[in-house]
Design a protein around this ligand. Structure first.
Ligand SMILES: Cc1cc2nc3c(=O)[nH]c(=O)nc-3n(C[C@H](O)[C@H](O)[C@H](O)COP(=O)(O)OP(=O)(O)OC[C@H]3O[C@@H](n4cnc5c(N)ncnc54)[C@H](O)[C@@H]3O)c2cc1C
Length: 461
């Protein structure tokens, strides 16, 4: 019997364990997770109304089911969305994996309805407007779990794993990996050595810079990838109505002039709420949720500008963090919010001005200010041009009252070099999910976990 040790109980880690069990694996499976059981993950903000910077870990990003637990669980069912795994495994393989993984989600109670699967006249009309605006509309059917349903579903998976002999060590932070003569032998958890035959690191976005650090220290082959810096935009549901109804989530991509960086919409939440999440060192970043039952009058979505750095700079995560810290500094530790009209007029937004429009911010503790002081010129210029293009597809999107929250950052830039068996340059060491740099969404991270399990089972044959 072998020992398989997984670091991180996010979708990538738990779907590895789940598929191993489904395939009849008899090995000992252990998951080390720095956060809590899903049933103990409670964000105090629901009571305090303000982020209290939980220590040692933010419940939103850590614990069983990882960043997925508090997410509104939009499963992107196309290989074109959610990461660059198709570059490694091929689009057809990844699509097959997604279709298979989707069935597991359905078996655990996911809503059978899917939005955006059929090309309705409304979708065709949106694509036509996108073409006129110079934007690409990506086809991506979405299965929407909703935050409350996602919680139940992942709880059932947690129970399934525990009832099938998986050992999950909660509130245990993995500090390091043990590598001897080019072979990974185990990990160090709270100062103690844990040996295993196969080590899988699936530490998610939160653990992306930790993994980056491990790569540098131990010489695990990696390459600097893309980093996404942007804003979360909020407007009234009426403005987004047509797109929300036809697609739920619009995946629009543009390359606005003069810089031609890739800019895209991401994580759209009709009737949703803008949210704050905290990374280590108190970095506060903005995100968005939507609930299946509780609805707001607003829609929020991220607009992200991708940056790829060239020689000699190769630390995109540090770059994005500095941008985030700058925004946090100006907001006195809070998320900054500014009206688009004020950005165009070259002035900051004052707190009292936020109540003068139709749009009420759903992130109530965001601080009105001036995001143009924090966000780099290239990034903000690209985002503002993209918003004007989007206004052609969604008239009213670029109106003065539209709110821009900052910073919205996506840390998945360090891409670990792996072969098709998901083995790193170090024997017996595998990396998965968002921290590996190959995924950036629930479904693709889960599908990568399924693939990992199959590789481990094949090796055993
Ligand atoms: C608010 C929010 C909303 C989102 N909404 C969506 C959505 O609707 N659709 C979508 O596709 N994606 C969404 N995402 C992204 C999605 O949640 C992630 O892409 C996905 O969870 C990545 O899975 P993962 O397993 O790679 O990592 P994660 O889910 O981040 O899990 C990693 C786990 O590893 C643990 N960990 C990290 N480092 C260590 C360590 N050193 N020792 C022990 N444990 C460690 C963490 O505590 C965490 O539990 C959202 C994310 C957030 C934060």
């Amino acid at each position: 019997m072998k020992n398989i040790l997984i670091v991180g109980a996010g979708p990538a880690g738990i779907f590895t364990a789940l598929e191993l069990i489904k395939l009849g694996c008899k090995d000992k499976i252990t998951i080390v997770e720095q956060g809590s059981k899903i049933e103990n993950r409670v964000c105090p903000k629901t009571k305090t109304k303000e982020c209290v910077h939980c220590k040692p870990y933010c419940h939103i990003t850590s614990g069983f089911s990882g960043a997925g637990a508090f997410s509104d669980g939009k499963l992107s069912l196309s290989h074109e969305v959610g990461g660059s795994l198709p570059d490694l495994l091929g689009p057809a393989t990844v699509q097959d994996l997604i279709d298979y993984t989707d069935k597991i989600y359905l078996d655990f109670g996911a809503d059978p309805s899917v939005v955006g699967a059929v090309q309705t006249p409304e979708i065709k009309e949106i694509r036509k407007s996108a073409t006129i605006a110079g934007l690409k509309l990506v086809n991506c059917p979405i299965r929407h779990l909703g935050t409350e349903k996602a919680h139940q579903l992942y709880y059932d998976i947690e129970m399934f794993l525990l009832n099938n002999g998986v050992e999950i060590l909660f509130n245990k932070h993995c500090e390091d990996v043990i590598i001897e003569d080019g072979v990974c032998k185990g990990v160090i958890v709270k100062g103690e050595k844990m040996y295993a035959d196969k080590i899988i690191l699936a530490s998610g976005r939160k653990g992306a810079d930790w993994l980056d650090e491990l790569c540098r220290i131990h010489g695990i082959a990696r390459e600097a990838g893309v980093v996404d810096i942007g804003v979360r935009v909020e407007c009234r549901n009426e403005v987004m109505e047509k797109v929300n109804e036809a697609l739920y989530e619009s995946k629009l991509i543009g390359w606005p002039k003069p810089f031609c960086n890739k800019v895209r919409t991401f994580c759209q939440n009709p009737g949703g709420f803008v949210a704050q999440e905290n990374y280590d060192n108190n970095l506060a970043v903005v995100n968005g949720h939507s609930y299946k039952e509780l609805k707001s009058d607003n829609t929020n979505l991220a607009i992200l500008c991708s940056h790829r750095f060239t020689y000699p700079f190769d630390d995109p995560i540090a770059y994005a963090k500095r941008v985030g810290e700058m925004a946090n500094m100006l907001g006195n530790g809070h998320i900054l919010v500014q009206r688009l009209g004020d950005i165009k007029a070259g002035k900051r937004t004052w707190q009292e001005e936020l109540s003068r429009t139709n749009l009420k911010p759903t992130l109530t503790d965001a601080v009105a200010g001036d995001i143009t002081v924090a966000i780099p010129y290239r990034t903000l210029t690209s985002i503002l041009s993209f918003i004007e293009q989007l206004d052609i597809v969604v008239p009213g999107f670029a109106s003065d009252e539209t709110l821009l929250y900052a910073p919205e950052l996506k840390f998945y830039s360090n891409r670990v070099r792996m072969d098709k068996s998901l083995t790193t340059s170090v024997k017996n060491l595998h990396c998965l999910g968002d921290s590996s740099g190959w995924t950036r969404g629930l479904m693709m991270a889960s599908a990568m976990g399924v693939y990992m399990a199959r590789q481990l089972m094949n090796e055993g044959k």
